[in-house]
Ligand binder design. Sequence first.
Ligand code: FES
Ligand SMILES: [Fe+2]
Length: 330
Amino acid sequence: MSETAPDKPSRYPFPPYANGWFRIAYADEIERGTLRSFHLLGRELVAFRDEAGRARVLDAFCPHLGAHLGHGGRVVAGDRIRCPFHAWEFDGEGTCVRVPYAEKIPPKAKLRAWRTCERNGIVFLHHDAAGRPPAYEIPVLAEIGSPDWTPLEIRHWTVAARWLDMNENCVDRVHFKYVHGAHTIPESEISAEGPVFRVRNRMKLGTPQGEVDGGIDTTDHGPALQIVRLSGIVDTVMLNTATPIDAETTDVSFAYTVSTAGGADAARGVGAAIIRDLEKQMAQDIPIWENKAFWERPVLAQEDEGFNVYRKWYRQFFSEADRPGMGTAT
Ligand code: FES
Ligand SMILES: [Fe+2]
């Protein structure tokens, strides 16, 4: 029998959903009086904004006979949702507060309510495999919503890969040259502290006025939010969020704001250039991410040391029992 090449190994030998805060939506996508459905983290979810303005996120299937609340359900009395099937009503904590035809509400009539927080124009949901409270907070950025910065511009990509594969990009100095055509491999400084991971890159940028010193600083807060600061030409802040849709697919989004310190025209020009560059870079990265294998123990060159630091840091967002599959690099 002739030998055949082995199939690509099973891609990810660790659970699909890390512990931490995940973007469920941008703030203006969750409105008062409107129930919206989401399929994220392998689940059906519904979300609405209550009368006090707080974003509420609940599991979508009614505990009574399983109707999907997002298909015909609606917000009633400002802060309850009514099931389309037999009109049971649930509050923002998921508690059933009314069964219109029954004398007694069954005590187990409860929907799972997810912890949320709203920061920087984004509604985050907290996921923890063991149901523990959040171990870190999302920072508030002064630039978002400031009159000195442009309103957030948003783009989404659906990528058939997990965030760990994609976000290793931030420590992958070498790929900037071979995938994205950078002239040099940038100088990077990496540091990890608790749930925060920083990479400081310095490089020369070509401009019509000649070369300037440029910087790309990325700061990850947990497993699904990365803040990117670009400096050198016009200061820009990007919020890069990644929410798993299911075990194999991720909704990746970039929301960016540009400083208007150099004038509105410069900010517009830079904004347009950023979008062009982002779209080009994603088009270059995505085929690699979607088709690569995940090696638990990749063979690395000495210059690739950032991968070890990044993976070691990322392991904290998985429960102890799930960590071995994330591997270590050799
Ligand atoms: S299935 Fe929701 S009220 Fe019956
Ligand atoms: Fe890249």
